[in-house]
Design a protein around this ligand. Sequence first.
Ligand SMILES: [Zn+2]
Ligand SMILES: [Zn+2]
Length: 336
Amino acid sequence: MTLLPEQWLKPTPQGLYCIPGDFYIDPVRPVDQALITHGHADHARPGHRHVLATAGTLAIMQARYHDAAGSPQPIEYGESLTIKDVAVTYIPAGHVLGSAQILLEYQGQRIVVSGDYKRRRDPTCTPFMVQVCDVFITEATFGLPVFRHPPDATQIAKLLERLRLEPERSILVGVYALGKCQRLICLLREAGYDETIYLHGAMMSLCELYQNFGIPLGRIQSVAHVAKDDLKGKIILAPPSALHDRWSRRLPDPVAALASGWMTVRQRAKQKLVELPLIISDHADWDELTQTIAEVQAQDIWVTHGREDALVHYATTALGLNSRPLDLHGYENEDD
Ligand SMILES: [Zn+2]
Ligand SMILES: [Zn+2]
């Protein structure tokens, strides 16, 4: 009798559960043994007894939750270990520092849980690696053909051009504190911008963590206690929620910008009163998703975490694969 993959890996209210290994992947509730793909809050929650993750992810959890886990266990990319009868290998996902896909091998079957991923270059993390497998569980945050993220350099050029055109104003860019913030800083540095970049206080500790992991960010400084006039013609990064709150009044006539894959949708930018939308995403766009599901050569594609239908349809009709949505709850995408 053949073993079906859904007989040994299944969604439960706690999260995706591997039966023969007796562990959960990115569980949404506290469990005994958790395997964590990356540090975004919807994937890495506090309170698990044992946590297996990369050193980067464990450090992020520690920074965010202080007592990240009863017993954190680091694992390197490419390193395999066996949990009960299941071989577990962490593979780079190219999403944020420390992010991993998790390869599970059991009785000759290989399932890859992608977590969140992207394929384009990101100077702040190890690039995605294609892992051939039998079942590929893919995210689909931007799983519609309308989502085609432009090259990052075009968006950075747009930001710098705006700064040049309006030197009396500041530019306040909404970015997620983990990943997007540090990537935007690196992209600005690569474009030759070497001024101090100012940060909302909430961003400082994760930036320091990235620097400690060897990612150079250049001159960064908390915006607290900087005189308003000194911020003219400067770039300030803050959580998206700070874009229009009282906090932003300390800035000189800020241009509200937002760096997100959602900025493809004009209506969304308008709703959020974003004057300068920047399409920069840490998730795969439609082309990256379809490229990836072809490259991993899996017969089964399980789609989760977003707009599943279009990708399921594409995998089934265009590639002739078995594909279905996988119902997982509790993932909010703090990190688009
Ligand atoms: Zn994420
Ligand atoms: Zn996610």
